[in-house]
Design a protein around this ligand. Structure first.
Ligand SMILES: NC(=O)c1ccc[n+]([C@@H]2O[C@H](COP(=O)([O-])OP(=O)(O)OC[C@H]3O[C@@H](n4cnc5c(N)ncnc54)[C@H](O)[C@@H]3O)[C@@H](O)[C@H]2O)c1
Length: 340
């Protein structure tokens, strides 16, 4: 029988917790019933001043009339009225929370990267495979409207075969725990993983990767360019970085050259971020004004309302993307092609 309301317990109320809270407010059938954060102010519903790449950081106070707050995530995971545990804590904590929430019979949403390395991601996959609840890794780019459009265009061969696909995601260094490579994994694992995963989503597992890059702030790769080697697509590459100078902000873009058209997305072109050029003219594609965070959570809530396992992104997909990102980091270190 279909459920009419999905009750969310949100753990970690920094930038992404705040972003998820704002997204759930737009989703019919979703209701936050519990929140947890080590920080008592945030656990009491005051989410003001969280920082992020995209979005705002002004004052935000949750209406706590029907929400329980705690500084102990174990307590939240044990509450009977929570259907879904949504994990938005720093990456090294994902594995502990995801495994505990699955063991408690909850459905789970876990922010990207699903874990700090493939070994911990494998533990989450194993826990999800034997749990009654569903686990959905929050790979928001698969749901970002202009990227979901691209996935469809490629899958339907709307403009013929893909000759080349290039992606770019570059930013200034975020503050706080991201600057510790042991915790964030560097830009290759934290930021660039979005494009690694999207390349995997579009074209499957590459035969090999070849990456060049360097460290700037963390002990890990903070800026890289990777070529993904495929038999059937001649040129696939992505640049990922958080080594830009302070003041640069954040940019994401792609250019996909099909047999019969070129699709070009650049978030910096406010009036016309996505265009398709073909036969001597350029069409502006309107994908609406939603974002991937809202759309991924809307998809997850819809799956749970209809008791369907989320299929657009699986725990196994998130593990595969982490393994590819690890191969990219190895290629930077070795200077050689890394086979997969
Ligand atoms: N999808 C995206 O676009 C995107 C963007 C930014 C970050 N992220 C990911 O989201 C996750 C969180 O990042 P963020 O930017 O929100 O970090 P953040 O530092 O802004 O917030 C983390 C919050 O978790 C709390 N916390 C830490 N350990 C905890 C614990 N054990 N129990 C309860 N609360 C705890 C902190 O007090 C803080 O409020 C990371 O995995 C990050 O990589 C995803």
């Amino acid at each position: 029988m279909a459920a009419s309301r999905i009750r969310i317990g949100l753990i970690g109320l920094g930038f992404m917790g705040r972003t998820h809270a704002q997204a759930y407010a737009k989703i019919d059938g979703a209701q936050i019933v519990a929140i947890a954060d080590l920080d008592a102010r945030r656990a009491s519903g005051d989410l003001s001043d969280a920082w992020g790449n995209v979005g705002d950081a002004g004052e935000l106070k949750l209406d706590m009339d029907q929400v329980r707050g705690t500084t102990d995530f174990h307590e939240l995971i044990g509450w009977d009225d929570v259907d879904v545990v949504d994990i938005c804590v720093p990456t090294p904590v994902h594995v502990e929370l995801a495994v505990a929430a699955l063991a408690a019979g909850k459905h789970v949403v876990v922010e990207k990267p699903m874990a700090i390395n493939s070994s911990q991601a494998g533990q989450i996959v194993a826990a999800a495979e034997s749990a009654p609840g569903f686990l959905m890794p929050a790979m928001c780019i698969r749901f970002w409207p202009q990227w979901a459009w691209l996935k469809q265009a490629v899958a339907q061969r709307r403009y013929g075969a893909v000759h080349s696909a290039t992606f770019r995601r570059v930013a200034q260094m975020p503050p706080g725990w991201f600057q510790d490579g042991e915790k964030s994994g560097g830009a290759v694992m934290d930021l660039h993983i979005h494009d690694t995963d999207f390349v995997y989503y579009l074209f499957g597992q590459p035969q090999a990767v070849f990456s060049r890059g360097y460290s700037k702030t963390t002990s890990r790769v903070d800026h890289l360019i990777t070529q993904y080697i495929y038999d059937d697509v001649p040129l696939v590459a992505a640049e990922g970085s958080w080594a830009m100078a302070d003041g640069f902000g954040f940019q994401m873009a792609y250019t996909v050259n099909f047999e019969n058209a070129t699709a070009n997305y650049d978030m910096g072109r406010a009036e016309r971020p996505l265009t398709v050029s073909q036969n001597g003219s350029e069409e502006v594609v309107d994908c609406g004004d939603s974002d991937g965070w809202t759309e991924e959570l809307r998809y997850m809530v819809d799956c749970l309302i209809h008791n369907r396992r989320p299929a657009k992104i699986t725990p196994q997909d998130a593990l595969a993307s982490i393994r590819i990102a690890e191969a990219e980091a190895r290629s930077v270190a070795s200077g050689a092609l890394e086979k997969l």
